[in-house]
Design a protein around this ligand. Structure first.
Ligand SMILES: O=C(O)CCC(=O)C(=O)O
Ligand SMILES: [Fe+2]
Length: 344
């Protein structure tokens, strides 16, 4: 299987030395948090938002979104107007891409997304900085700025499928952002339209290979998302968990729904009303899993400042936040996140 990244060879020493099980699967020394086996997140039918629907139905639907964002930080949406053909086509292209030989995926200029002037690789796997198994994600990913996807068009079906998907999901994210703003009492804001365009957003395609060390490593380590909103499309395999209070909750995958979650920037903009919730992906011994995350982001220079006062966080730009996260990850292996920006 020449498409498989060489996890075993590359991380041989870590795998040999790291006999420690994840144990509590929490990566810490605290007592193991309770795990709820399965949880159904709020499932919101967005067809109620259509203008031909009743105004009561629309208001209820918006209310459900706002409540879910406050309580869970996560919710699922159906009838979201991302056409099934587009979803099927990106899933197909995603699978095809990950089935290419590993050497090909690892080439620096693969997909023409990186160059010597902009050497950030779009393909990532494992974690070259990992010093223990808990820091080794058993997954591979393509990180694609929508701006560069549009430059790839004409390449083949891949670019077209990704761009169409990206643009459609960007509209969905903008709609949800406006509903969430309304839920804070802020009507008709132009903040999102002015600061987020389809070219400020990113797609991250994830593949989680079957993992012979599933009790020792994560598919993806616990984290919060460093953006405004994430829209996730996942298959039926499952493995995504979120933190609710002190416990990890296993999410039942619903491949017919898109999963939406609040990122750090929206938590700050909402003055802490909406929650950017920690989540992680468990590795599976038997099954491979695919997911695709759309990250709704502003321009780098965009100022994140809550319209609600008194402000819980000092204002900061998106690039300032990213730089701080990077510094913290380098120094401690983990991001500190929003607490760095508390006003007191
Ligand atoms: O694969 C998943 O279910 C989650 C992916 C994720 O959390 C991310 O890419 O930030
Ligand atoms: Fe995430």
């Amino acid at each position: 299987m020449d498409f498989e990244p060489p996890f075993q060879e590359n991380y041989k020493t870590l795998l040999q030395n790291g006999s420690d099980e994840l144990g509590d699967r929490n990566g810490g020394r605290q007592p193991p948090p309770q795990l709820i086996e399965h949880c159904e997140l709020p499932l919101i039918d967005l067809s109620h938002l259509q203008t031909r629907g009743s105004s009561v139905g629309r208001a209820d639907c918006k209310g459900d979104i706002v409540e879910a964002a406050r309580k869970w930080g996560f919710f699922q949406v159906v009838n979201h107007e991302v056409p099934t053909e587009i979803l099927e086509s990106v899933k197909h292209e995603q699978k095809k891409l990950f089935r290419l030989p590993f050497q090909k995926k690892a080439e620096l200029c693969f997909l023409n997304l990186s160059s010597s002037s902009s050497p950030t690789k779009s393909y990532r796997w494992g974690n070259p900085q990992a010093t223990c198994l808990k820091q080794l994600p058993w997954s591979e990913a393509f990180h694609l700025p929508l701006a560069s996807i549009s430059r790839m068009k004409g390449n083949d079906n891949f670019g077209v499928a990704m761009e169409t998907y990206g643009m459609t999901v960007a509209d969905l994210a903008a709609l949800i952002a406006e509903i969430l703003a309304e839920g804070l009492g802020i009507k008709g804001t132009s903040y999102f339209k002015e600061n987020c365009t389809s070219s400020t957003c990113f797609l991250r395609m994830n593949r989680y290979p079957p993992c012979p060390h599933a009790s020792q490593v994560f598919g993806l380590m616990p984290h919060t998302d460093t953006n405004l909103l994430t829209v996730l499309c996942q298959d039926k395999v499952g493995g995504l968990q979120l933190m609710e209070g002190e416990r990890w909750v296993n999410l039942n995958p619903n491949p017919n729904a898109l999963l939406v979650n609040i990122g750090d920037l929206f938590e700050a903009w909402s003055n802490g009303m909406y929650k950017s919730v920690k989540h992680r992906v468990m590795a599976s011994q038997e099954e491979e899993r695919f997911s695709m995350a759309f990250f709704y982001c502003p321009f780098n220079h965009t100022l994140i400042e809550s319209p609600l006062k008194p402000a819980l966080y000092r204002s900061f730009s998106f690039e300032e936040y990213i730089a701080q996260v990077r510094r913290d990850v380098q120094a401690t292996g983990d991001k500190v996140g929003l607490s760095r920006f508390l006003t007191q």
